[in-house]
Structure formats: structure tokens, C-alpha cells
Design a binder for this molecule. Structure first.
Ligand code: SF4
Length: 151
């Protein structure tokens, strides 16, 4: 199974207080006005990876507690994303998505522990806020139960 990936790097900020391996997926079909990552809208941007080659890259980071998926829009490559989650047993998973929590596939939700969801809306933008626009929500899973965090 293949995917188009823009970047793999270590992140200290995308999952609060955690070290994560960040995977930036190429392509976004949501296309919010005011998006800061327009270069990643193109699904052909970046490089092809196989599941096995990406798993090898992830293994290089021994300090990470999380795998975090960003973009672009990770859920535009949903089959690969779910397969990747299922293949990495030793890390928790976080997802940044422009889609709402309620419409994410159950097979994906089952694999993820932390989700920042909703499209970026310029009219809801607040400087320095996390997440950046007030319509976006944070969901955390603890002991199998989801809670929505309001900031
Ligand atoms: S979902 Fe994310 S990457 Fe896609 S347009 Fe909106 S802000 Fe940009």
C-alpha cells in the first residue's frame, strides 16, 4: 500500500507536552479560505512511501510517545491512514483533520487517541489560540471513552 507524504519529522508541539513523530500527508480536498498550508493542497506534492518504508522511518525516533497525522488532509488517504495506525502498536496516535469528529470513519476513530477537528475559518481565527479558530474542537480518548475539550 502506498501514500503520498510531504514530510516526516519530530514534533514537540502538536500533541501538548508530548514528543511525537509528525507525518504530513500530501493533498487536501477541503481547501479552507486562509489555510496556512496551501502548498500541501496538491496531492502530488512530496514523495511516495510504502507502508513498510514509513514504518522504518517511524522506528528511528525512539523517544516519541505519539504518532501525529497532519497535512494537508490525512483522511483524504483514509485506507493508508487506518492501515498505518493498525501497524504501529507502541505509539499513541493523534490526528489533525479539517473534517468534523462525527463524520470520521469508526475504523479510524478506534485507532486514534487525540483529535483536533474542524475546518480553519478565517472569521473564527484568534491569534495565539490553540486550535487556531474557535469552531475547531479537541477530542481526547481515555480508557476507551471520548471527551470533547472546550478552550
Ligand atoms: S483542512 Fe487543513 S490543510 Fe486543508 S485547507 Fe483546511 S486548514 Fe488547510
Amino acid at each position: 500500500m502506498d501514500a503520498k507524504i510531504a514530510k516526516v519529522c519530530t514534533s514537540f508541539i502538536d500533541v501538548p507536552n508530548k514528543i511525537a513523530v509528525a507525518i504530513y500527508f500530501s493533498g487536501c480536498s477541503i481547501r479552507c479560505r486562509g489555510c496556512q498550508n496551501k502548498v500541501l493542497w496538491d496531492k502530488n506534492f512530496g514523495r511516495d512511501v510504502t507502508l513498510d518504508s514509513l514504518l522504518e522511518e517511524i522506528k528511528q525516533n525512539e523517544l516519541a510517545e505519539y504518532l501525529v497525522f497532519l497535512g494537508g488532509e490525512p483522511t483524504d488517504q483514509i485506507d493508508f491512514l487506518i492501515e498505518l495506525c493498525r501497524s504501529v502498536k507502541n505509539l499513541k496516535k493523534a490526528l489533525y483533520t479539517g473534517r468534523e469528529f462525527e463524520i470520521l470513519p469508526i475504523d479510524l476513530i478506534a485507532e486514534i487517541d487525540f483529535i483536533v477537528c474542524g475546518p480553519f475559518r478565517e472569521e473564527c481565527f484568534v491569534e495565539g489560540r490553540f486550535p487556531a479558530s474557535t469552531n475547531q474542537r479537541i477530542f481526547r480518548k481515555e480508557n476507551g471513552l471520548w471527551s470533547c475539550q472546550i478552550y
